[in-house]
Design a protein around this ligand. Structure first.
Ligand code: AMP
Ligand code: GLY
Length: 426
């Protein structure tokens, strides 16, 4: 079959890479794609947020399956429009995508469904936000309700920092419209994990577990980013934890969406925290995690095209997933300065040598200029390897990265450290 993938980041590169290796798939096309995706797919320069352009592309190309990678087109209703014209789509409708598009909606639905999450209030008035922050005390977490590419969350150590963040968001300074509502919530302590599910109607199929590193700097210091590296599986997600996330988080939230008339077809991403007081949901996303998708696709042995088509055609029941027993680890190379301002257009050399050293390099924010690969986004490359242990996979990636020739790049040096500590202690 012919598959159209929407998006052009590291996640979409991993999806295209895996789809190309699926027996069920003859051709992958990708809009807009990127220079790395070009190796796997025919790239068409239509932006992932150009809904009319993407609709016309689907009409022209008649793919058997459309896979929508990022959240923005889902929140804009791309899946609804495609389905209305008869296309098989992997990605939820707009009403279900609100689960990610609005943190205030998502928290309210968690409350309604009895899904465990941090105590919170939603505010639009800066003075009321301040009063709530004073009442709860620090540390405390302030979140822009709308989409902010993973950067709209401030974990504040003092009340003053939280108040300033809330005021900044509500005044529209930091995140525009996305910050016109803020969710202020209790600070949770524990280990985080990403629990993803392929969902189609009542069928909820767990993917292997993974763990992201959202903070910019080693030791989980510094500002939040979209994710600086990930690995799979996450040892803190035992079979019992996986079962609990399925029963107490995924099933009730999907049922609550259904009760509102929103049918979910796509990836449900539950970001969870394992706290002393049990599991808590940090957030929901309605698409694969980026960079979690890179290690997940590296480990998936099943035919991805078949699985996603089965979900899109509401016949996921009975489908199971087969995983490589090895561990996979992905280190994100970002542009120096990210998640704030950074300089684009710098030449990146040595990518082939990084791959020849036993890794797969998924492209995220890259472009081509005069025959060279240059950086065009904050997160630029996702260097991924498999290993018998997380440590082995980590060593392969960091050794390979010595071949990367780019002064303006930055990466964390400790991706996977929690799992490696566990490996060393066992
Ligand atoms: P979110 O986008 O809501 O998952 O938040 C991004 C990151 O901020 C999470 O992955 C956590 O590392 C951190 N975070 C979010 N909410 C909380 C919370 N209530 N307590 C502590 N850390 C949090
Ligand atoms: N890596 C976190 C996310 O995709 O939201």
């Amino acid at each position: 079959m012919k598959v159209l993938v929407v998006g052009g980041g590291g996640r979409e590169h991993a999806l295209c890479w895996k789809l190309k290796r699926s027996d069920s798939v003859d051709e992958v096309i990708c809009a807009p794609g990127n220079p790395g995706i070009k190796r796997e797919a025919r790239c068409i320069n239509i932006g992932a947020e150009d809904i009319d352009g993407l609709m016309q592309l689907a009409r022209d190309e008649q793919p058997k399956l459309v896979v929508v990678g990022p959240e923005v087109p889902l929140v804009l209703g791309l899946a609804d429009k495609l389905r209305a014209e008869g296309f098989a789509v992997f990605g939820p409708d707009q009403a279900a995508a609100e689960l990610e598009g609005s943190k205030s909606f998502s928290k309210a639905l968690m409350d309604e469904a009895g899904v465990p999450t941090a105590l919170f209030e939603t505010h639009t008035d800066p003075d009321q936000a301040e009063a709530y922050i004073r009442q709860v005390g620090a540390p405390i977490v302030v979140k822009a309700s709308g989409l902010a590419a993973g950067k709209g969350v401030i974990v504040a150590q003092t009340e003053e920092e939280a108040i300033e963040a809330a005021r900044d968001m509500l005044a529209g300074n930091s995140f525009g419209d996305a910050g016109s509502q803020v969710v202020i919530e209790e600070f949770l302590e524990g280990e985080e994990a990403s629990c993803l599910f392929i969902v189609s109607g009542d069928t909820i199929l767990p993917l292997a577990s993974s763990q992201d590193h959202k903070a910019l700097l080693d030791g989980d210091q510094g500002p939040n980013t979209g994710g600086m590296g990930a690995y799979s599986p996450a040892p803190c997600v035992t079979d019992a934890v996986e079962q609990e996330v399925l029963e107490t988080i995924a099933k009730p939230i999907i049922a609550a969406l259904q009760a509102r008339g929103a049918n979910f077809i796509g990836t449900l991403y539950a970001g969870v925290m394992l706290t002393k007081n049990g599991l808590k949901t940090l957030e929901f996303n309605v698409r694969f995690g980026d960079p979690e998708c890179q290690p997940l696709m590296s480990r998936l042995k099943s035919d991805l095209g078949e699985v996603l088509l089965a979900a899109a055609e509401s016949r996921l029941d009975g489908v199971s997933l087969d995983w490589d027993s090895r561990k996979a680890l992905c280190v994100v190379v970002s542009s120096d300065g990210y998640p704030a301002e950074f300089e684009k257009g710098q030449t990146i050399a040595g990518i082939d040598a990084v791959e020849q050293a036993g890794t797969t390099v998924f492209h995220a924010g890259t472009a081509e200029k005069n025959g060279h690969i240059v950086n065009s986004g904050g997160r630029v490359l996702g260097v991924t390897a498999l290993g018998e242990t997380v440590q082995e996979a980590q060593q392969t990636v960091y050794k390979a990265l010595k071949n990367l020739d780019w002064d303006g790049g930055f990466y964390r040096k400790d991706i996977g450290y929690r799992a490696i500590e566990r490996e060393q202690n066992s």
